[in-house]
Design a protein. Structure first.
Length: 163
């Protein structure tokens, strides 16, 4: 029984390391995306402010949220595959899971923050997805970047020791 408890602690440490890898890689990739598409948000309309001291913390906050969503997507794959390093050898069903989870998470975040809470609004330059009326770039962000981030992690073999 003691061996089982000890093994669980090691698994917990491994899982924490994997989460850290995913979050750190995700943070930098999503930070680039957030800055690149930030001109599509209306920084002159409250509650946003066109002020560098407001902009930087807001972009970092959004990027941290993106990292948390990435970890959630990872956990969905972990539950499905029951392997801590499932992102190293993704199957077609894993890609489907990541894309669908990313789409619905992004749609939910945009719907809540744009229409219900009014935390941000779009400029006329933001392409909208018909029927949903949410921005295309935040949806694409969670469709494309999770796969890209998992590929980066796989390419650099960050999870090989967890097999």
């Amino acid at each position: 029984m003691k061996k089982h408890i000890k093994k669980a602690k090691i698994t917990g440490k491994k899982l924490l390391k994997v989460i850290c890898y995913i979050f750190v890689v995700s943070f930098f990739v999503h930070l680039f995306w957030e800055v690149a598409h930030s001109f599509l948000y209306n920084w002159n309309e409250l509650p946003l402010k066109n002020d560098i001291y407001f902009y930087i913390p807001r972009i970092i906050q959004a990027t941290i949220g993106d990292g948390i969503l990435m970890v959630c997507i990872y956990f969905l794959g972990l539950i499905k595959n029951k392997k801590i390093n499932w992102v190293a050898k993704m199957k077609r069903s894993d890609y489907t899971l990541v894309i669908l989870a990313g789409f619905f998470m992004a749609l939910f975040v945009e719907e809540i923050n744009v229409f219900w809470l009014g935390r941000w609004s779009y400029t006329p330059s933001m392409p909208l997805i018909p029927f949903f009326n949410v921005g295309l770039t935040p949806i694409l962000q969670l469709l494309i970047l999770p796969i890209f981030i998992f590929k980066i992690i796989g390419f650099f073999r960050m999870l090989e020791r967890f097999s």
